[in-house]
Design a protein around this ligand. Structure first.
Ligand SMILES: [Zn+2]
Ligand SMILES: [Zn+2]
Length: 380
């Protein structure tokens, strides 16, 4: 067994505070919930075990004087405070814990420190912001590590004390009847909830949980191209874990507001441009307002209603990859609704010139155009 002081990376005359700090730093790094390395669990166990011994003044004295944590007479009559519990635990782990990775018991005391949960919030952005990306200020409400006790859960100057019932192992032996006779089983210690220690004097601010709720402001970078339902993951910005445990992740779910002028379809944008009937017939040049400023649009003579003018790469930025979608401008031809007498006369003149014949207001012939017109109306 390696030296407990080396395991924690502290000197032999380290103060209780230094030992606690060193342990918390290592435990955060090595905790199996956050560290995937193959040896993380074993190292975490070793470090936790070293801390259990060195954080308890009596155990530390025994360890310092005898070089092992049980004293020279483990199980014997002399001064076996926590020693017996640990000896039992070591034996138990030798038989059950080593191969099976500690499934089902014999794992030693549970750590109060756990990883916090992930958090999810939703954020609204305008379509323009989705097209180009934007920095958004968010107010979030999550648990943070208690600033008063820094996650130790204890009132300043105090430390957890070893549980009297389980002597720090977090487990108690219970005789159980079975077909093989009476066997001893291990159960979580109710007195300390399996932590092996008790917090006698909890921190006032967090009530001994090691974390408090806090509202904070966070500026996030919303990348160009997000859509409703896109989730942005921010590592370690979620809920802080109990007892100084690492934070979970924060997920920000995007909701894109509808825009009065543009409709999004994938990464393409669609817009409608109304042009007067005469302009559609004669052709014209005009400027069209887009997210990228005014763009010149050429209406060719004879433009039909429903024609689509494609403005390349003026759509939404692709979230993955490069480039942008297109902006598709749908032409709407405005027919005069209330022509005055002079306009009506001119329109009739135009109709006559085009060979369009009316009988009692009904179009009966249009010089070859009639069939096409009927098709068009039939389709609608
Ligand atoms: Zn606290
Ligand atoms: Zn206990």
């Amino acid at each position: 067994m390696s030296n407990h002081y080396d395991a924690l990376g502290v000197s032999r005359d380290a103060t209780a505070e230094e030992i606690k700090k060193a342990y918390r730093k290592l435990a955060r790094k090595l905790h199996p919930d956050v560290n995937d390395a193959a040896d993380a669990q074993d190292r975490f166990k070793a470090v936790t075990h070293a801390y259990e011994v060195l954080s308890d003044p009596q155990k530390r004295r025994i360890y310092d004087t005898t070089g092992n944590e049980n004293g020279n007479d483990a199980g014997g009559g002399g001064g076996g405070f926590g020693g017996e519990g640990f000896a039992f635990q070591d034996i138990f782990e030798t038989f059950f814990g080593g191969a099976g990775g500690g499934g089902g018991g014999g794992r030693g005391p549970a750590s109060r420190m756990r990883r916090g949960q992930d958090a999810l919030i939703s954020v609204r952005v305008d379509l323009r912001e989705a097209v180009f990306g934007v920095n958004k200020k968010l107010e979030i409400d999550t648990a943070i590590t208690c600033p008063t006790c820094e996650g130790s859960c204890c009132r300043q100057g105090t430390a957890p004390t070893t549980c009297d019932i389980c002597h720090g192992s977090g487990q108690i032996q219970r005789p159980m009847r079975s077909i093989l006779g009476n066997v001893m089983t291990l159960a979580t210690c109710n007195s300390c909830q399996g932590f092996g220690t008790m917090i006698v004097d909890p921190c006032n601010e967090c009530m001994g949980e090691g974390r408090i709720r806090d509202r904070r402001t966070l500026t996030i970078k919303v990348p160009a191209g997000v859509g409703t339902g896109t989730r942005i993951q921010l590592a370690n910005q979620g809920e802080a874990g109990p007892a100084g445990g690492p934070s979970g992740d924060l997920y920000v779910e995007m909701k894109v507001n509808n825009d009065p002028s543009f409709v999004r379809e994938g990464d393409d944008l669609h817009a409608t441009l109304s042009v007067p009937m005469t302009a559609a017939a004669l052709g014209t040049e005009l400027n069209f307002e887009t997210f990228d400023g005014e763009q010149p649009i050429s209406i060719k003579p004879g433009t039909q209603a429903g024609e689509v003018i494609n403005l390349r790469s003026l759509g939404v930025t692709h979230l993955r990859g490069f480039g942008r979608g297109d902006l598709k401008v749908h032409i709407h031809v405005e027919t005069p609704t209330k022509p005055d007498a002079e306009q009506e006369a001119l329109l009739k003149q135009l109709a006559a010139l085009r060979g369009e014949t009316f009988t009692e207001g009904k179009l009966v012939s249009s010089g070859g155009m009639f069939a096409k017109l009927r098709d068009k109306f039939g389709n609608n």
